[in-house]
Design a protein around this ligand. Sequence first.
Ligand SMILES: Nc1ncnc2c1ncn2[C@@H]1O[C@H](COP(=O)(O)OP(=O)(O)OP(=O)(O)O)[C@@H](O)[C@H]1O
Ligand SMILES: [Zn+2]
Length: 517
Amino acid sequence: MRKKKIILLITILSVIFSSLLFYDKYFSTSGFEKITNADRFIVWIVTIIFVVYYIKLDSDPQLAPLALSSDKEGNKKNNNKPDVSFKNVAGLEEIKEELKETIDFINNSHKYTKMGAKIPKGILFHGPPGTGKTLLAKAVAGETNSTFLYASGSEFVEKYVGVGAKRVRSMFEKAKKDAPSIIFIDEIDAIGARRNLDSNNEKDQTLNQLLSEMDGFNTSETVVVIGATNRLDLLDEALLRPGRFDRHIYVGNPNIKARKKILEVHTKNKPLHNGVSIEDIANKTHGLSGAQLANIANEAAIIAVRKNKSKVDCEDFNQAIERVLAGLEIKNPSILLKEKKTVSIHEAGHALVSKILKTDMVQKISIVPRGQALGYVLKFPEEERYLLTEKELMGKITGLLAGRAAEQVIFNEITTGAKDDLTKATQIAQEMVCSYGMSTLGNISIDEYYIKNNYDIIRREMKKIIDKCFENALKIVEDNKIILFHISDLLMKQETITSEELDKIFQEYKTDLDYAT
Ligand SMILES: Nc1ncnc2c1ncn2[C@@H]1O[C@H](COP(=O)(O)OP(=O)(O)OP(=O)(O)O)[C@@H](O)[C@H]1O
Ligand SMILES: [Zn+2]
């Protein structure tokens, strides 16, 4: 930038000098008698060159800083700066909100280091493929004008046998040199999976190098490492320790609102027929990832081109959806829709009963599939509780069985969706009988040997508890069907419900019934 200013100054001075010469030649006889016409000509030519050069420099802002930004060794500065920002990431509002803090850390690092606060070094994105993890990492780099260094975990061990550790080292060196930097390591499980005895030495060396690099750099270097994985459960504990990847952010499949926004982003540059409803497409693509939606938008455009159409219409989108779904071997959208209804009733059942029995604080209800679960009710992490009453334990079991109870009451049919709930409920019931003395067997603790040899007796006691809870769940659902439908309708519409929205529904229908178990 300084060079540009110097050129501007020279240009101005030479313009002034040229003007003086011009004035002197045609309007005045005193002053520059000794200057010949040839001299004047040279000055004017040089001035014109400077003016043209400056105008070109000014009108080409992209080129100018790059051409002028060589560092002391004369090397061109790297230009690994993605021009992706949060604007390009549709939906995922909560995650963007969470990342704002990190962005502030990078943009105003001095503010934090002055107070002795350490900048977080590692963030881990986990969740299913194609949900925008790479895109988010790039956007963080874009929002902070940081250098973006990409590496894939599998690359370290596949392609670079023997040099994985070295490559990690040089990547961190580069990051520090070009700080602020974001190092993004995709598929980090390929190097970061739990170490065990028979594991591959090369992989361990790479992981050890990564760990020591993360411990090594100090807070004055603004380098943030973002890892991404589909398998958080596989990662080595050492990688997740404080000071390493200690912030975990789940990036899940989008809900209907987010799908709409993602589709909007990916159809923005495509001419759409008037009849195309993004809302309708979002409705039909329940459970799909951002990458799959981007793929649908692209496929639809390709189909339209093949048919020589000037705009992409509904038919093209329907074919594109079918093609993408078929490729994924996912059932057709109408089955998806029926399943969605069942899942929304099931999850509404959990939320309704948990809320009425006040067993857990419901944080979020969702019917966007997550892992093996088709839907889930996210509860507040419970405060550390050491004592639970019998009533509270019964309440927990009732809440777990409420999903199935709701299916029974509304559809008069039960599904396999309660598998996990039953496992958890059974476990609590067994603990009540065998460990806490909360059954008709009395205040005794029962050891494994006895359980093994007298399982019928234990089972009978557990069944009594479970049956009682299920009866109660059925009754609560039956008595509060209106609220249940209200929750499930909202789930069908929005796919996720926050605790505030749930509170609102309950305020609308005051229920003072006592369902003490
Ligand atoms: N929220 C989103 N907004 C806009 N586009 C998205 C979004 N999520 C995904 N996409 C699209 O899907 C593409 C793939 O996403 P990305 O590579 O970030 O997913 P990922 O989670 O890193 O996947 P993987 O786990 O397979 O590496 C993006 O380039 C983008 O086109
Ligand atoms: Zn359930």
